[in-house]
Write a protein that binds this ligand. Structure first.
Ligand SMILES: Cc1cc2nc3c(=O)[nH]c(=O)nc-3n(C[C@H](O)[C@H](O)[C@H](O)COP(=O)(O)OP(=O)(O)OC[C@H]3O[C@@H](n4cnc5c(N)ncnc54)[C@H](O)[C@@H]3O)c2cc1C
Ligand code: FES
Length: 265
């Protein structure tokens, strides 16, 4: 983990409310895992005081070395509004990589990846990593859900990386008119996957976990609890375990990626 003063390399709008930021972080990111995150803060401002957590969206490599990292973020409040105004060359502070990421086994042949809204962010890094490991994705599916067409991000990227993509929107403005979990249930009834990877809003993760339980499918979810320090010091990110002892875990240290059977949503 490194605490870096880094430069913004680009900061582009990708939809009405979402931006893709390239950050010149190099040292310490070589061994980053998909699902890990960074805490990003503005320089020379006292407010907002706390850095904010964002999944590593992509890791850009050249000749085996990290050139930059990317985050994909949605403007929801003060920090993200200020981030959206940053320009190439501006300085930010970045702490990372943090947390535990997704795990993968060679035996996973049929993989389902489900991203709800901005929850798609860590799944592109996961997909890039699987491609590097020469995972065969021909029997795998990507699911992208959102409230409306404007919330559907990265569908073309996922397709380019070899996933067959199914889209749903709550208002029917793109893809299936309904929930991402309806598409997933239909695909499971055709053939069960070996694993589900999911990131998105809490109700979606709860529904995906219930599906995984019902069909006895391994399921890894990346949760987005509120975080203050991102490194185990403040207890802001406690999540309750689902096993008999129901002990609390830190989403920032023990997660943000958990096996869905391990935590109570
Ligand atoms: C591990 C992790 C990874 C994340 N990755 C991404 C990512 O890749 N892209 C992205 O856009 N966002 C991501 N988030 C959420 C992101 O951190 C928040 O949107 C951000 O902190 C909001 O900051 P703000 O100052 O703009 O808004 P604030 O003023 O802090 O909050 C604005 C509104 O958003 C709500 N909010 C803030 N944080 C969260 C949260 N974590 N979950 C749900 N609601 C929240 C607040 O309750 C409030 O209603 C991630 C969160 C975590 C914990
Ligand atoms: S965010 Fe502080 S302990 Fe997890």
């Amino acid at each position: 983990m490194t605490n870096t003063n880094a430069s913004v390399l680009w900061n582009r709008a990708v939809s009405k409310t979402c931006f893709n930021m390239g950050i010149g972080c190099v040292n310490g990111y070589q061994a980053s895992l998909p699902g890990q995150f960074v805490m990003v803060g503005l320089k020379e401002r006292f407010s907002p005081l706390l850095r904010r957590p964002f999944s590593i969206h992509r890791l850009n490599m050249k000749d085996g070395k990290v050139q930059s990292i990317e985050i994909l973020y949605k403007v929801v409040g003060e920090s993200t509004r200020l981030f959206s105004a940053l320009k190439a060359g501006d300085d930010i502070s970045v702490l990372g990589p943090l947390g535990k990421g997704f795990s993968w086994q060679q035996s996973f042949k049929r993989i389902f990846m489900a991203g709800g809204g901005i929850g798609i962010a860590p799944l592109l890094f996961l997909l890039d990593t699987l491609k590097q490991k020469n995972a065969d994705l021909t029997d795998s599916l990507g699911f992208i859900g959102g409230r409306s067409a404007d919330d559907i991000l990265c569908a073309a990227d996922m397709g380019d990386l070899g996933l067959s993509v199914r889209i749903s929107t709550d208002d029917g403005t793109s893809g299936h008119h309904g929930l991402i979990t309806e598409l997933m249930e239909a695909a499971i009834s055709e053939k069960k996957p070996d694993v589900i990877y999911a990131c998105g809003p809490h109700p979606m993760l709860k529904a995906v976990s219930a599906i995984a339980d019902a069909h006895r499918i391994a399921c890894q979810i990346s949760i987005e609890t509120m975080m203050a320090c991102g490194m185990g010091a403040c207890l802001a990110c406690a999540v309750q375990g689902r096993k008999d002892d129901a002990t609390y875990r830190h989403a920032c240290l023990d997660g943000p990626v958990f096996h869905s059977e391990d935590i109570r949503l």
